[in-house]
Design a protein around this ligand. Structure first.
Ligand SMILES: C[S@@+](CC[C@H](N)C(=O)[O-])C[C@H]1O[C@@H](n2cnc3c(N)ncnc32)[C@H](O)[C@@H]1O
Length: 303
């Protein structure tokens, strides 16, 4: 649909009914709360769990770009126009990501975290269970898959990658990236893990794509699987309210296997980690605390 046409349709005033003289009465404008309730009913996404000001600012700027001032009119547009609805979801969730985001943390993951987690899983006789929660276009789980392949652990691992945004998950499954997205990928990794599709596009090799299961999951609504050795939940909670963060951390810890590791983003340290039953084991890495003999405590920490 042409932008002008969408704008014209969107600006049509909804009529609630007629007054006693039979004249049409415009429907009352919605406040943000009412809009949030309707979005929840439509999408299952609870805007109230996100930081109000940021969320409202983002939505208002989208509305302004369409010349819409009333949340009711905007919701009617979202309900009718799939393209606008997807644009709304994209703005809402902000899927900015990159391969090996904070590369030094991925070095820690490879050298200090994964070897131990792999040993734990082997002792249990189970696959290494990994969850990238809020995985965006897949750069994060594919980064982990590359490291596992280099360590010879990919076939023993199960990588689940989830996001609330179905569109970004479609891109993740296709595994196609463009040149500027490859900045943290070494030439060895380029050669081993990507095939060139021409015109500056690169696709993740099939082995890696098959190793990652992408699935839609809302961290604020849906049930969690459990028994994960490693959960990456990075740069997702920055938009969540304190309450939403609190319940998220509790649930993530519940989803970790004993001795499992939670890997968070560089700007979101968990200050009250002990309250959640976590130990800090390195910048960005928290281990699910468990009854470990006191003589083992020293070895469990490497910071
Ligand atoms: C900024 S990206 C971070 C991607 C990746 N984890 C990283 O650090 O590069 C945040 C992702 O969280 C997802 N997200 C936001 N709210 C979510 C929710 N309630 N449940 C699951 N994913 C969510 C967004 O769709 C987006 O793809």
């Amino acid at each position: 649909m042409e932008a002008r046409e969408a704008k014209a349709r969107a600006c049509r005033i909804p009529w609630a009914g007629q007054d006693s003289a039979g004249s049409p009465v415009p429907a009352a404008a919605w406040d943000f709360e009412t809009f949030a309730q309707h979005v929840y009913a439509k999408s299952g996404i609870d805007l109230r769990a996100y930081k109000r000001q940021q969320m409202q600012r983002r939505i208002n700027s989208l509305m302004q770009s369409l010349g819409i001032e009333d949340y009711r009119i905007y919701f009617e547009l979202l309900d009718k126009d799939r393209g606008r609805y997807e644009e709304f979801l994209r703005r809402l969730t902000i899927n900015v990501t990159e391969f090996f985001r904070n590369p030094e943390r991925y070095d820690d993951l490879r050298e200090k975290i994964l070897p131990e987690l792999a040993r734990n899983a082997a002792r249990r006789g189970e696959p290494l269970k990994i969850w990238s929660a809020g995985c965006a276009d897949g750069a994060e789980p594919y980064s982990v898959a590359m490291i596992l392949a280099e360590m010879g652990l990919l076939r023993q691992a199960r990588i689940l990658a989830t996001d609330v945004d179905v569109q970004v998950l479609e891109r993740a499954r296709a595994g196609v990236f463009v040149e500027f997205e490859m900045k943290n990928i070494s030439s060895q990794r380029m050669q081993r893990f990507f095939v060139s599709g021409g015109q500056g596009r690169f696709q993740v090799v099939e082995d890696l794509r098959r190793a990652v299961e992408f699935r839609r999951h809302d961290l604020l609504q849906d049930p969690y699987e459990s028994g994960f050795d490693l959960i990456l939940c990075r740069n997702v909670v920055i938009y969540f309210t304190e309450d939403a963060k609190h319940s998220l951390y509790r649930r993530l810890v519940g989803a970790l296997a004993e001795q499992g590791i939670l890997f968070v983003g560089g700007t979101e340290p968990i200050l009250r980690y002990r309250e959640y039953g976590l130990d800090l084991v390195g910048q960005g890495f928290y281990r699910r605390a468990s009854r470990v003999p006191s003589d083992a405590q020293g070895r469990r920490h490497w910071v």
